[in-house]
Design a binder for this molecule. Structure first.
Ligand code: MG
Length: 158
């Protein structure tokens, strides 16, 4: 058995007039994340962690934001495409851990929904998914509510 770890990070600006998608679910809020896709930073960080573990570059290389095909796309659809690459290379996800850094809204009540949305896509149990949310203690652009960031780490096995 071969094990491969990968790390991912993403940050998007919060703007008015967009829905907020995090971890594959819509979170009620008065702002959303700016992006070519739905701006789901959690899923983007997860995708980058997986591509990193497979040695396949990053999300921007695979799904360029200059391509109209990906405009407004739900990021979970991009994750599904990455999962089929993973399957093709005979990898399986062992587990995944993430940190979402958001000053607001409070994400605690949505964590379980995120796990429920992502587990079937990632072909793992909910227990294999770590999703943790924290504020940035008011510090920097994330702390001032101008952006939301996410970190992810994955472990793959063949
Ligand atoms: Mg992104």
């Amino acid at each position: 058995m071969k094990l491969k770890a990968g790390i991912g990070y993403d940050i998007h600006r919060l703007v008015a007039g967009r829905k907020l998608y995090l971890g594959g679910v819509e979170v009620p809020f008065n702002k959303g994340l700016l992006g070519h896709s739905d701006g789901d930073v959690v899923v983007h960080a997860v995708i980058d962690a997986m591509l990193g573990a497979m040695g396949e570059g990053d999300i921007g290389r695979l799904f360029p934001d200059t391509d109209p095909k990906y405009r407004g796309i739900r990021s979970v659809e991009l994750l599904k495409a990455v999962m089929s690459r993973l399957k093709k290379k005979k990898y399986r996800l062992v587990n995944l851990d993430t940190i979402i850094v958001a000053q607001s809204p409070k994400l605690g009540p949505y964590i379980n929904n995120m796990k429920r949305a992502l587990a079937p896509v990632l072909k793992v149990e909910k227990e294999d998914l770590g999703i943790k949310a924290k504020t940035n203690e008011g510090l920097g652009p994330v702390g001032q509510g101008k952006a939301i960031a996410a970190w992810a780490i994955v472990l793959l096995k063949t």
